[in-house]
Design a protein around this ligand. Structure first.
Ligand code: IVH
Length: 801
C-alpha cells in the first residue's frame, strides 16, 4: 500500500540505518522472487522506486552503506533488468473448456457465428497444450532479431540474448520465408532435463525448482545469457503474430511451413472434422500424457480455415476460433520437499507431505497426506521426489505417486521413525486380534507425550465436542506450552489467570510479529491496538468457556477423545446410560468382569454374535457336546442351530473339532460378566469399542481427569428420541440454503425425531429437503424418484417452527 514516506533529508542517522536495513531485506526478497522463483510480486516500477530510495538514502549517509546493500549487488538493478518489447499483435490467451459439452458448445458457437449450413464441415486442429511459457520470435529478413515474453499480452520482456542460446530456436529462416514474421510458441523444459538440472542445483547448494515450467521460466529470465545457455530449453511453434505474407491459408498449412523452416512443431497436431474426432484425439493425447516427457495441461483446438479465424475474431482477450480443453485440473505435480510426522491424540504417527506450493484445481496446496508407513513404502515415495498430487473436493490432498524420470539421485527410501518425534518414546505397531500388524505406528508415550496432550485438548474444544469458540489450535498449543492448560479441566479454571494468559499470548504475538518483519520487511502493526485486540480476544474466549459449564452428555463423552469413541458411539452410550453417573457405574462394573482372550477369540469369529457365543458356551458345559462333536462335528454344531458358514468359520479358526471343543471350553471359563456384555451389545458398540472404553477407564489418571472435569462441568441427559414422528427411522438429506433455520439446526431436528441424516442422495434416501439454489443432489433425487420437500413442507412435517 502507498504510504507517505518521510523525506530523506529529514532522516536521522538512526532512522536511515533502519530503513536501509529494511530496504536491503525487501529488495533481496523481490530479487529472489523475480530471479529465483520467477514469481515477482510487485511491478517493475515499484521495484525501481525501492532501489531509488535506497540510493537516495545511501547518497545522504554514505557511511551507512551496508555490506549487503542492493547497490553493491550486480545483476539486479533496473538497468540490468530486461528491456521492454511491445507486441504489435497482442499475445492473447485461449478460453478454457473442461468437458465434452464445452467442446460441442465451442463448435456450435463457431457454426452459429459463421452461419454455417448443416452440411458444412468445420475443420478444426487439435494439438497438445504445452505447459511452458509463451514467446514471440521476430524474424526480419530471415534473421531472428527479437524474442519477447508474453508479459501482459501487449508488452513483454526482451529476452533476445537468452533465446539466442536455445539450440532448438532457428536463428535464421530459410529463403522463401516472409521478410517479417513473428513466430509464436512455447518454451519448455523436458522432464529429464528438469530432473538433471535440479540435481545439479542440489549439488551446487542452489535452490531447486518445483516443476519444469518454473524451471524453464527461471532459466529464460536469467540476466546472464550464459546461464540460460547452460539450461536445456526447448521450443514448439504453434502460432504467429505480425506477418507480411502467410505461407498458407489454413492453420495446418502454416504449421507445416513452420516445420519446413525447421521450427520445431508438435507431432501430435491433427486435423479433425467433427466433435467426435476432436474428443477422440483429446483422449489419445491424454493417454499419451505420461510418456511424452514434457508437461502438457490440455489440448488446444483451432478452426483450421484462416479466413474463418479472421471472421470469428476475438471476444475480450481470447479468440472465438480457439479453445483450450484442459485436463482434469485436480491433479498436479510438484516436489515433495519433506516428510513430516505428526502425532495425533491417540499417539498415531501420521506422515504429512510438505510440498513445494502448487496450484491444484485453483487452490494452492502445500501439504498432503501420505496415510501411513505401508503406504509410503508401497508407493516408494521419497523426499526430493516429484510427486503427483490430487485434490478432490474439500478432502486433504493425496499423493498418487512419483514421477520416476524426475527422481533425483540423492533420493533414498524413506525410513519411518520408530520413535515419537516429540517425546522420543518408542513408536510401535501393535498386532491386531487377527494377527495382522496395525497399519498405524503409535507413540507409546501416552500421558507423557506433549503432542498427544495438545491434540487431546484440540479435540476437546473442537466443534462437535465442547465447541469452545476462539480456542482453536494455536491457543491449545500456547496454553499447554505455558503450563496454563495441561488437561481439559484446566480450561474451566482459566478465568483465574487472565493476566498470565494475556502475557503469554502477547509475548507470542510479539515474537511472531518480529519474525514477520524479518521475513517481509513490513512494519509491525501498532503494539497498542494489537494488545487491545488480544485482550478482547481473550475476554471472548473466557466468555465462550463460561458458556460450556453444561453440555449434552453425548458431547461430553465424545470430547474425552477415547480411541474408537466417535460421535455415534458418544450418542449410543449417552442414550444407554442416561447420566454420567450411570455411565461411570456401568464402566466400573464392566471393568470388573472383562473377558479373557479365549472368549474374545471366539466372539471375533465371523458369524459368532452374542447369541451364538452364549449357545456355544452353554453347550460346552455339557459332556455330551464334546462326545457328539468329536463323533459328528458338523451335525453337533448344526444342532446348535449354527449357520453353515459359521460352522466353516469355526473350523477355519480352530482347525479340528477337538480343538473347537478345547477352545470353547476355555472360553466358557473366561466369559465376561453381564455389564461387559450389555455394553458390548449396544448398537454401534462392539468388543473393540468396549475394550477401548475400559482401557481408558482403567487408567487411573484418566479417571482422575474425568472426575476433576465433573467438578467444573455438568453433562446433561440427552432428550429421548421422539419416536412417533413421520420421519422416525427415515433417511433424510439436505441440499441448498435453508432460510428459516441453519443446516445444523435442521439436522439436529431430524436426528431428534429419529431420522438419519445422509450427506448424499442414494436409493436409500427417503426425503430430500431442498432449500434455495439446490444443487446436484436435487437432480440425483429426481433421477431416483425420491420425494423432495421444500423448506416449508419440512417445517410442517417436523413441526419445527
Ligand atoms: S495458441 C490467442 N497453442 O496457452 C492465443 N497456445 O491460454 C493462441 N499454449 O498463452 C495460443 N500450448 O502460452 C496455443 N498449442 C498451443 C499452446 C498454447 C500452450 C499456451 C500459450 C497461450 C496459452 C493460451
Amino acid at each position: 500500500m502507498a504510504k507517505a514516506q518521510k523525506p530523506v533529508e529529514e532522516h536521522t542517522a538512526e532512522e536511515a540505518a533502519a530503513e536501509l536495513a529494511r530496504l536491503a531485506a525487501e529488495i533481496a526478497e523481490h530479487d529472489r522472487r523475480y530471479h529465483g522463483e520467477d514469481a515477482p510480486v510487485i511491478s517493475d516500477a515499484a521495484y525501481d522506486a525501492l532501489r531509488l530510495r535506497n540510493e537516495a538514502i545511501e547518497g545522504r549517509f554514505p557511511d551507512l552503506v551496508r555490506d549487503d546493500s542492493p547497490s553493491k549487488r550486480v545483476g539486479a538493478g533496473p538497468a540490468e533488468r530486461f528491456g521492454k518489447a511491445r507486441h504489435l499483435v497482442p499475445m492473447l490467451s485461449l478460453s478454457n473448456g473442461f468437458n465434452d459439452g464445452d467442446v460441442s458448445e465451442f463448435i456450435g458457437r463457431v457454426r452459429r457465428f459463421l452461419n454455417l449450413g448443416q452440411d458444412e464441415v468445420v475443420e478444426v486442429t487439435a494439438e497438445p497444450k504445452i505447459d511452458g511459457l509463451s514467446i514471440s520470435l521476430r524474424y526480419e529478413n530471415l534473421k531472428l532479431i527479437q524474442a519477447a515474453t508474453r508479459g501482459d499480452g501487449l508488452e513483454g520482456e526482451n529476452v533476445t540474448a537468452n533465446v539466442m542460446t536455445i539450440a532448438e530456436v532457428p536463428k535464421r529462416l530459410p529463403q522463401g520465408a516472409p521478410d517479417v514474421i513473428e513466430v509464436r510458441g512455447e518454451i519448455y523444459m523436458s522432464h529429464k532435463d528438469f530432473a538433471a538440472l535440479n540435481e545439479k542445483q542440489v549439488q551446487a547448494g542452489e535452490k531447486t525448482f518445483a516443476n519444469p515450467r518454473n524451471s524453464a521460466a527461471g532459466s529464460l529470465r536469467q540476466l546472464d545469457p550464459e546461464i540460460t545457455a547452460s539450461r536445456p530449453l526447448r521450443f514448439f511453434a504453434y502460432a504467429w503474430g505480425e506477418v507480411l505474407e502467410l505461407p498458407g491459408e489454413t492453420q495446418m498449412a502454416v504449421i507445416a511451413a513452420f516445420g519446413d523452416w525447421r521450427l520445431p512443431v508438435n507431432p501430435l497436431l491433427r486435423l479433425c472434422r467433427s466433435v467426435d474426432e476432436l474428443l477422440a484425439h483429446y483422449r489419445h493425447i491424454e493417454a499419451l500424457r505420461a510418456e511424452l516427457g514434457y508437461d502438457i495441461d490440455g489440448v488446444v483446438y483451432k478452426v483450421n480455415r484462416l479466413d474463418w479465424q479472421q471472421r470469428l475474431g476475438f471476444v475480450s482477450r481470447s479468440p472465438r476460433w480457439g479453445l483450450a480443453h484442459k485436463f482434469s485440473a485436480e491433479k498436479a505435480t510438484t516436489v515433495l520437499e519433506k516428510i513430516d510426522i505428526q502425532v495425533g491424540r491417540t499417539g498415531a504417527l501420521t506422515p504429512v507431505a510438505r510440498l513445494h506450493p502448487v496450484t491444484v484445481g485453483g487452490v494452492v496446496v502445500t501439504n498432503a497426506t501420505l496415510h501411513n508407513e505401508d503406504e509410503i513404502a508401497r508407493k516408494d515415495i521419497r523426499e526430493g521426489d516429484t510427486v503427483i498430487v490430487q485434490r478432490a473436493g474439500d478432502v486433504i490432498p493425496q499423493i498418487l505417486g512419483f514421477v520416476p524420470e524426475r527422481r533425483p539421485a540423492y533420493a533414498t527410501p524413506y525410513v519411518f521413525p520408530t520413535e515419537c518425534p516429540v517425546c522420543k518414546s518408542h513408536a510401535v505397531r501393535e498386532e491386531r486380534a487377527s494377527g495382522k500388524m496395525d497399519a498405524v505406528r503409535r507413540c507409546t508415550g501416552g500421558l507423557v507425550c506433549p503432542a498427544q496432550a495438545v491434540e487431546r485438548l484440540k479435540h476437546f474444544v473442537s466443534r462437535n465436542a465442547f465447541d469452545i469458540e476462539g480456542f482453536g489450535d494455536s491457543y491449545a498449543q500456547l496454553l499447554f506450552e505455558a503450563g496454563l492448560v495441561r488437561n481439559p479441566a484446566d480450561i474451566f479454571r482459566l478465568h483465574h489467570q487472565v493476566e498470565e494468559i494475556r502475557r503469554v499470548v502477547l509475548q507470542k504475538r510479539l515474537v511472531q510479529a518480529k519474525e514477520r518483519v524479518a521475513r517481509t520487511g513490513k512494519k509491525p502493526k501498532k503494539v497498542i491496538s494489537e494488545s487491545e485486540r488480544t485482550y478482547k480476544e481473550i475476554d471472548n474466549l473466557l466468555l465462550a468457556i463460561e458458556d460450556r459449564h453444561t453440555i449434552p452428555l453425548n458431547r461430553f463423552i465424545y470430547a474425552l477423545g477415547i480411541p474408537n469413541v466417535g460421535e455415534a458411539t458418544g450418542k449410543a452410550l449417552a442414550k444407554f446410560s442416561g447420566t454420567i453417573e450411570g455411565l461411570l457405574r456401568i464402566l466400573d462394573e464392566a471393568a470388573q468382569g472383562r473377558p479373557g482372550s479365549e472368549w474374545k477369540r471366539l466372539s471375533s469369529v465371523e458369524g459368532v454374535g452374542p447369541i451364538t457365543c452364549a449357545r456355544l458356551l452353554d453347550a460346552a458345559k455339557l459332556e455330551e457336546f464334546s462326545d457328539s462333536i468329536n463323533a459328528r462335528p458338523s451335525d453337533a454344531l448344526k444342532s446348535l442351530r449354527l449357520a453353515n458358514t459359521t460352522v466353516d468359520n469355526l473350523i477355519k479358526e480352530y482347525g479340528s473339532p477337538e480343538s473347537i471343543v478345547k477352545h470353547v471350553s476355555q472360553a466358557a471359563l473366561q466369559a465376561p460378566k453381564d455389564a461387559y456384555r450389555q455394553l458390548s451389545e449396544i448398537k454401534d458398540i462392539g468388543l473393540v469399542v468396549t475394550d477401548s472404553l475400559l482401557d481408558f477407564y482403567e487408567e487411573g489418571h484418566n479417571r482422575e481427569i474425568v472426575l476433576t472435569l465433573l467438578l467444573e462441568v455438568k453433562p446433561e441427559q440427552i432428550h429421548e428420541l421422539e419416536s412417533n414422528s413421520l420421519i422416525t427411522g427415515k433417511t433424510v438429506a439436505f441440499t441448498g440454503t435453508l432460510e428459516q433455520m441453519t443446516r445444523h439446526e435442521a439436522k439436529a431436528v431430524a436426528e431428534r425425531l429419529g431420522a438419519k441424516v445422509a450427506g448424499s442422495v442414494s436409493k436409500n434416501t427417503d426425503f430430500l429437503v431442498a432449500g434455495v439454489e439446490a444443487g446436484s443432489k436435487l437432480k440425483d433425487a429426481k433421477a431416483l424418484g425420491i420425494k423432495t420437500l421444500s423448506e416449508a413442507e419440512w417445517i410442517d412435517l417436523t413441526g419445527s417452527h
